[in-house]
Design a protein around this ligand. Sequence first.
Ligand SMILES: Cc1cc2nc3c(=O)[nH]c(=O)nc-3n(C[C@H](O)[C@H](O)[C@H](O)COP(=O)(O)OP(=O)(O)OC[C@H]3O[C@@H](n4cnc5c(N)ncnc54)[C@H](O)[C@@H]3O)c2cc1C
Length: 445
Amino acid sequence: MASLRTKKLSLSGWGRYPHADTLAFRPERRPDVPACLPGLDGSVIARGAGRSYGDQALNGGGTTILTERLDRMISFDPETGRLVTEPGVTFASLLDVFLPRGYLTPVSPGTSYATLGGAIANDVHGKNHDRMGSFGDYVAWVELLLPSGETKRVSEQEDAALFRATIGGAGLTGIITCLAVDLMRVPSNAVDLTERRVADLDQFIALLAEARTNSTYSVGWIDALAKGRELGRGILETAELSATPIAAKPRRQLGVPFNFPRMALNSLSVRAFNQLYYNRVPAAGRQRHTGIAEFLYPLDAIANWNKIYGKPGFSQFQCVLPDATAPVGLRKMLEAVSAAGAASFLAVLKTLGRQGRGMLSFPMPGFTLALDFPRRRGTDALLAELERLTLESGGRIYIAKDSALSADGMAEMYPELSAFRMVLSEIDPNRQIGSDQARRLRLRA
Ligand SMILES: Cc1cc2nc3c(=O)[nH]c(=O)nc-3n(C[C@H](O)[C@H](O)[C@H](O)COP(=O)(O)OP(=O)(O)OC[C@H]3O[C@@H](n4cnc5c(N)ncnc54)[C@H](O)[C@@H]3O)c2cc1C
């Protein structure tokens, strides 16, 4: 039981805002996990790599189970690609072990440091959502430690409601202690990448819509400070898996060694950075043969890039707007950001395909926009305005990234919230699992 020592920690998400004090357990082995459940008088939440941005993996005044040591891969079937593994395994470990053998997760988020437990809890999507759907689509089953102390295997066949509540369920249905996920075969470790400049929002929407059918991967980087005729300009990247391998590079990271001073980040410095990024790609565009990892995880090249926003941290906002309302809705959002002079580095614009199978899965067919805002006066007002615009367009906000959404907004955006709450009432009547986000968004009845 030496591994069950507890520690008081002050934790935050990747945005470094907000913070919460918690009692943390770091179990070394799966059999240790049940002993981390609190009694009836406290609440617990699992935490993976802390790559969700806001208060989702925070449990102020409660208990947190740190899952990073639960990182054993248990079995792999090369015929079917099925991997059985513990939840603390990261996408980076999967790359190290499986890419040289010709396998990849069909879906990956934009950082390789997220864990598979975290990927299930947010039903994460990648740059190929139109083609491949979200992470939960490839999860065959999960082993859940329920608040009752019972461990249960859950799948579409064995308790479909609990399974659908767990995919994208923000960690609230129990602690995932083991899971089975299907990897796909890839022809090499490389992609053929095409980069081109995009003049404005209308062109971006048209090109992304085209990429849905013509490209396996697509992602847009927008200069969120551009105004007027240049509103929504940026770089579009599309990519195809390549059969020609590339010499594997050791994973190297530049670091941000300290918090940037508040003054360093203003709209002038961000404008200059965004301009440089835009000009990086020649006017005629370019094609490159590059590593899958470099393409999927460009931000991982800079360790702790979240310190760029200084000590107060930052909030990320990500929404999806339906195809029909996106052109007008996105324009209004970019105008609001630009008018506020909110110093957002490159914003990300992508398309999403089908609705995910989790009750609270974020994806729906449409366009998704992600923006970062340093925490300062005016940030909350801007986030409230973006929530209003999301609702006006019939869209929804991604709770993996969120620290500001209102509970009413959540209920309006996620039509299956009441079904989700019913599952929680059944499996956790004493509210033993909880997070700051669940309380803020009233994810329980
Ligand atoms: C640079 C960057 C890029 C990103 N790009 C994308 C993207 O392209 N697409 C996308 O969808 N997301 C993206 N994300 C968000 C990220 O993928 C998700 O927030 C993911 O859930 C983080 O996983 P984690 O292991 O860090 O989980 P944490 O942040 O630690 O926790 C997130 C949730 O998972 C739950 N959880 C973790 N482990 C378990 C477990 N064992 N059992 C039960 N619940 C558990 C927690 O309770 C919490 O609710 C990005 C994040 C960053 C920092």
